[in-house]
Design a protein around this ligand. Structure first.
Ligand SMILES: C[S@@+](CC[C@H](N)C(=O)[O-])C[C@H]1O[C@@H](n2cnc3c(N)ncnc32)[C@H](O)[C@@H]1O
Length: 291
């Protein structure tokens, strides 16, 4: 119901939501209000154009209002929705999973040609995804290489439960194994591909992150130790024991970490690195083969 007592329409709701988010400083007020309204009302994008006078039930409008309040307090829109698209896959989020980012899709793109070659040559391709979170990287790779199998490792039970649910929702359970492990601690055997988007923010830099990240992405998914490089040291050392001869390592990095991370892997006998840029042209992924 609007202030005048008239029923709230879809057009009213879109207009007032956009104004509310803009007034509380949300950068993408138009997009975020549309996503929230489509989710809670079930309206599609074209309904807003074709059926703007659709009446919105008061209970639904109240749920939208509550979602807008959460967004105004800084909660990212996909946390409120409870899911996010990654590489065309709908992935559920939970409190201990990082919200997968579009930049990480670059890592998936970089690995797929290699994986397809291995699968064509050997009839399979074993992937180890270290710090799997929602399962984003492993599940995107499995969805695109039918003969591949993947083990998704995480230290968080909540993340592993979410990755397992996402695998089931995507029909990929038979090729995905979730394994609780502190990096390689519980891992045996060798893999054709070791992939990781590890925590890579320096501990001292966390406080300066945007509140959407600092307050809503789990600290364990962000904090890479004093210089942000601790997980790379562990991954590079362990990869020597867990990468097949002729295999490939792909790690996501912070945009200023190329030289340091390359040196860490090169000291362990990998490389030199192939560097892949993200959508904004920043160094984002390093690929290392066995020497
Ligand atoms: C930056 S997030 C990446 C999540 C997901 N791969 C993605 O790209 O969206 C890093 C992940 O590493 C996990 N992690 C942190 N420390 C770990 C450890 N010691 N062993 C295994 N996983 C760890 C976190 O729980 C988190 O899920």
């Amino acid at each position: 119901m609007t202030a005048s007592g008239a029923p709230t329409t879809l057009a009213d709701l879109l207009r007032s939501a956009r104004r509310k988010l803009a007034a509380c400083g949300v950068e993408d007020a138009a997009l975020d209000s549309r996503l929230l309204i489509e989710h809670f009302t079930g309206a599609s994008r074209s309904d807003a154009i074709a059926r703007p006078a659709t009446v919105i039930e008061s209970g639904v409008a109240a749920r939208v209002e509550e979602a807008l309040e959460r967004r105004c307090r800084g909660e990212p829109v996909h946390r409120i929705l409870g899911f996010r698209e990654f590489y065309g896959l709908r992935l559920s989020l939970s409190p201990e999973t990082l919200e997968p980012r579009p930049d990480t899709e670059v890592l998936v793109d970089a690995l797929l040609p290699f994986m397809r070659d291995v699968a064509a040559r050997e009839g399979g391709c074993r992937v180890l995804d270290l710090g799997t979170g929602t399962g984003a990287i492993a599940l995107a790779l499995l969805a695109n290489v039918q003969q591949a199998t993947a083990t998704g490792v995480d230290i968080s039970d909540d993340a592993l439960a979410t990755a397992t649910r996402n695998a089931a929702d995507l029909g990929l359970s038979d090729r995905f194994t979730a394994r609780k492990s502190d990096w390689f601690a519980q891992i045996s055997g060798r893999y054709s591909v070791i992939a990781s988007n590890p925590p890579y923010i320096g501990s001292g830099e966390i406080a300066a992150l945007q509140k959407e990240v600092r307050l809503f992405d789990p600290l364990r998914a962000l904090d890479g130790g004093e210089d942000g490089l601790d997980p790379y040291r562990i991954i590079a050392t362990g990869a020597a024991f867990h990468l097949e001869q002729g295999g490939l390592i792909a790690v996501e990095i912070g945009s200023t970490q190329r030289v340091d991370v390359s040196a860490i892997f090169e000291r362990e006998g990998f490389g030199p690195a192939r560097v892949v840029a993200d959508l904004a042209g920043n160094d984002r992924v390093l690929l290392f083969a066995t020497a």
